[in-house]
Write a protein that binds this ligand. Structure first.
Ligand code: SF4
Ligand code: SF4
Length: 713
């Protein structure tokens, strides 16, 4: 507040309480320092994390996500409320500080806020205090009357958090009220004494209170002034010290949480930071088994979660009734920290998390789709924690029954189906296909290089699944059409290991990766293309020292733009298409536009967007080895997804991932939409619609494509 030229009545009332105020300051600051120090104890005992690199990128994140509140408008009402409150807090910070100092030094003026600047600041903050006060009332009404579903706490996760939220909102409202009352009493006293009264912004809380206090006697105003100061000071320090005991701790931690957040999407943390792969065999225990196995950043996540429920609101596992709600991954972690690292007494000894805090089903239910992380305004990370918990389970031999067989097959045969390595390229040997397209084996392990520039990395599902082989053939024909000098690794290829890694089997992943890296290097290719977003993500983020990789949709979009790919009009112009963003193409790698550009380039193709699209896409349920795991759920994710497509008015769902295709086609049957809806991969659609210029080949080609589309082979 500007200046403290306080009337003698008011000045003497504050003067009388100076020692008391000073005592509260010292006590408040000491308590806060003690509490925060205690809260930091588990972080000091936690595993290392690597978050001090690329400071400029990190500052950029702070500007965008913390200061700019970037994610908040995704939920319009709650987001607007939060932005108003956050802005109010930022504006009011100096005013609160000035008011606090007034109790011990009445003539204190914040540097830069004397004279006109101070008057302008006072007017702005009068409005800010009023807006924050009104936001508190509105937020309380939302919690008590409107009760958004995402705030509800399912019985298995404990009691509702409403009372705590209301209490905190009430405290902030009280602080705003005390601040306004303090300003109003001063202005009222000035007016009564015929002095130029401090200008209070019209229609604000202080302005209204000043009017109400206009006829109050001066001595009473002195008492009100004293009381308002005392309430303000006590509420301020109580809030400061109470916040680290609940969801409001994010006010203190969120800035740091955003600064230290993950910079690269699609990546996964190593088993142990600063332990190289070669030295992993010296690590006694993999993954997270006790709380202290989490990294300090993951603990900071727990403290920073604001319990807003946005993550769970978007989590497909939660939506279909699986026993997983990412919000409670954080809340339960935070509760554990509070209970086992108490304010007084010694911290408890690390108890096993699985069985006591998290359940096995909860941990296995995640598809690693990333919807929760995409939505979180505070950039809380869940996938790394879940994968670390899985690593711990795998390390202890707790692998779900249904996953044991595919894992063994991956170990012995390099694919989860247990099929022979030499059959890996069989999809390319079909006679009719060979009439339309030749696929070279670039270099089996140990062989000489083939001279191909581009490697088409096929991965297991497209290589071995009868239905998905059609995606392989379509991809090859597209690459052939645009004149790409490409080949495949054939028997030399192993599963990319993407799902294996996210399942928590790091050692097996490393074996698969090393084999592939060696084969890729031996092939001499300079770039890689894949039609499988999981392989795309693995090659891009989990592998090192391999040539640059592109998803086929990026290649097609470029060739459409460059004119090498032209399309025939769609035959049935009554069809309506909806594009389903695969999680590992969209959210994890931000390829949203290219597939849409390709679809929009097909003459006559009508496309609609599903409500949940792009970075809010709804996972089909295929990630994280989920094709081999039967989780407890009320409904299949894929079924929900095809219903969303139907609601959008589509009868053709297009995807760009073989895992999605498996789930979509299955879901269409389960949802009873057979005959009403079809699923097609982008490559299959492009292959079918390409306007080919060589009529002889074209005829055979079209026959082959049509046959594949009809038979689904
Ligand atoms: S993790 Fe993020 S999105 Fe989820 S409840 Fe916490 S703050 Fe909200
Ligand atoms: S990654 Fe997907 S499935 Fe896993 S917790 Fe987050 S939203 Fe849920």
């Amino acid at each position: 507040m500007e200046g403290i030229q306080i009337l003698s009545h008011l000045a003497s009332s504050l003067e009388a309480g100076r020692t008391l105020f000073l005592g509260i300051h010292v006590l408040g600051i000491a308590c806060f320092a003690y509490i925060v120090t205690k809260r930091l104890v588990p972080l000091a005992r936690a595993e290392r994390d690597h978050r001090f690199d690329r400071p400029l990128d990190r500052l950029g994140k702070v500007l965008k996500f913390w200061f700019g509140q970037w994610k908040h408008p995704r939920y319009r009402t709650a987001g607007t409320l939060h932005i108003l409150i956050f802005t109010g807090f930022i504006l009011l910070a100096m005013r609160a500080f000035t008011v606090l100092i007034a109790g011990v030094s009445q003539n204190f003026v914040m540097p830069g806020l004397s004279g006109r600047a101070g008057q302008v600041y006072d007017i702005i903050t009068d409005y800010a205090a009023t807006v924050v006060f009104l936001c508190m009332l509105f937020a309380m009404a939302r919690r008590l009357v409107f009760k958004p579903a995402r705030y509800a706490v399912p019985a298995r996760f404990g009691k509702a958090h409403t009372a705590d939220a209301i209490f905190l909102l009430g405290l902030i409202a009280a602080l705003m009220l005390a601040d306004s009352f303090f300003a109003a009493t001063k202005a009222a006293a000035q007016a009564q004494q015929g002095q130029p009264a401090e200008a209070l912004a019209v229609f604000t809380l202080p302005w209204m209170l000043q009017i109400a206090l206009a006829s109050v006697a001066l001595p009473t105003l002195g008492s009100c002034y004293f009381g308002a100061y005392l309430v303000h000071e006590i509420t301020f320090y109580f809030l400061l010290c109470y916040r680290p005991f609940g969801i409001q701790f994010h006010v203190e931690t969120s800035l740091f949480n955003v600064y230290f957040s993950k910079l690269d999407k699609g990546t996964l943390k190593p088993v142990r930071w600063e332990v190289s792969d070669e030295h992993l065999d010296q690590v006694k225990s993999f993954g997270v088994k006790t709380f202290e196995d989490f990294t300090w950043k993951h603990m900071l996540d727990f403290y920073s979660c604001a319990d807003c429920g946005r993550c769970s609101d978007n989590c497909p596992a939660n939506a279909v009734g699986r026993p997983l709600s990412p919000r409670f991954i954080s809340i339960k972690g935070r509760d554990y920290a509070f209970q086992h690292y108490p304010m007084f007494g010694k911290p408890g000894n690390g108890t096993a998390l699985i069985g006591n805090v998290y359940s096995e089903d909860e941990v296995w239910s995640c598809t690693t789709c990333g919807a929760c992380e995409e939505e979180c305004p505070l950039l809380v990370e869940n996938i790394d924690k879940i994968v670390d918990l899985r690593r711990g389970l795998v390390d202890d031999g707790n692998v779900p029954q249904s996953l044991q067989k595919p894992l063994k097959a991956l170990e012995s045969r390099g694919n989860p189906y247990g099929k022979m390595e030499k059959k890996r390229a069989d999809w390319a040997n079909a006679k009719e296909f060979q009439q339309t397209c030749r696929v070279n084996i670039v270099a089996a392990k140990g062989a000489t290089t083939s001279g191909a520039d581009t490697l088409y990395f096929v991965d297991s599902i497209t290589s071995y699944d009868d239905r998905m082989q059609s995606i392989g053939r379509a991809t090859a024909r597209i690459l052939n059409h645009v004149g790409e000098n490409f080949g495949i690794l054939g028997a030399g290829e192993r599963d990319s290991g993407h799902e294996v890694r996210r399942f928590g089997e790091e050692t097996l992943f490393m074996a698969l990766r090393d084999h592939n890296v060696e084969a890729i290097k031996a092939s001499g290719v300079t770039r890689i293309v894949t039609a499988d977003p999981h392989a795309f993500n693995a090659l891009r983020h989990d592998y090192k020292d391999v040539p640059p990789v592109e998803h086929i949709s990026q290649v097609i979009a470029r060739e459409v733009e460059g004119g090498k790919i032209k399309f025939n009009p769609v035959e049935n112009d009554g069809d309506v298409y909806a594009y389903h963003d695969p999680c590992y193409l969209g959210r994890h790698n931000q390829v949203y536009d290219d597939p849409r550009k390709v679809l929009d380039a097909i003459p006559g193709l009508k496309r609609v967007e599903m409500k949940r699209c792009r970075d809010r896409s709804f996972c089909c349920g295929g990630g994280g080895l989920m094709l081999f795991y039967e989780p407890k759920e009320e409904q299949r994710m894929g079924v929900k997804r095809v219903q969303m497509a139907a609601e959008a008015g589509a009868n053709v769902i297009v995807t760009a991932c073989p895992f999605c295709m498996v789930n979509m086609e299955d879901a269409i049957k389960v949802a009873g939409l057979e005959g009403k809806m079809t699923a097609v991969d982008l490559t299959e659609l492009v292959d079918q619609q390409i306007a080919r210029q060589r009529p002889v080949v074209d005829e055979v080609c079209v026959r082959q494509i049509q046959q594949e589309c009809v038979t689904g082979r």
